[in-house]
Design a protein around this ligand. Structure first.
Ligand code: NI
Length: 185
């Protein structure tokens, strides 16, 4: 297993819709294992594949002891919304803003054997599912901010000079992501 470097806002892959997973084999299993290891190493609640430079539709999650992954996820949300709780993102380091999300989310997808799975969550877990699925469509949580929060986030992102961080992570990309998804990495 390996800890992968996390792409930072400004990296185009975070703004690109990811492709469905179509090959289920040892490389995919390794990717999921590496994503768990990477998520755990930074104490993350969730990690989507584009965040480690792989343009495929899958994510891992770990919220209040509920832990897993979903490949090719589709979400459906209940009508009830939850009040904006502080949300952050490994790809937008150092920031946190309140985002309005749905209270109940069900995710359907497949596992490493391409067998159908369904997981449901509420509150923080539902929030995580919505956040990670957004990543697969090229969206960041900061896109969902409104008004003063949105302005504050954009100012903070500009001030943080993430380009320098991006340059550093790009230089280590080759070793960390490896060649298993070479065409996409
Ligand atoms: Ni995120």
């Amino acid at each position: 297993m390996a800890i992968l470097s996390i792409r930072i806002i400004g990296d185009p892959i975070l703004r690109t819709a990811a492709e469905p997973v179509t090959e289920f084999g040892p490389e995919l299993a390794k990717l999921v294992a590496d994503m768990f290891e990477t998520m755990d190493a930074v104490d993350g609640a969730g990690l989507a594949a584009p965040q480690i430079g792989v343009g495929l539709r899958l994510f891992t999650y770990n919220v209040n002891g509920q832990r897993g992954y979903v490949i090719n996820p589709q979400i459906s949300n209940g009508d009830e919304t939850q009040q904006g709780a502080g949300e952050g993102c490994l790809s937008v380091p150092g920031l946190g803003f309140a985002v309005r999300r749905f209270m109940h989310t069900t995710v359907t997808g497949v596992d490493l054997e391409n067998q159908a799975i369904t997981v449901s969550g509420e509150d923080m877990l539902a929030r995580c599912f919505q956040h990670e699925t957004d990543h697969l469509d090229g969206h960041l949580y900061t896109d969902r901010l409104e008004g003063e929060d949105r302005k504050a986030a954009l100012r903070a992102i500009r001030a943080a000079q993430y380009q320098k961080i991006t340059a550093r992570t790009a230089s280590t990309r080759a070793q960390s992501v490896g060649s298993s998804f070479g065409g996409l990495a």
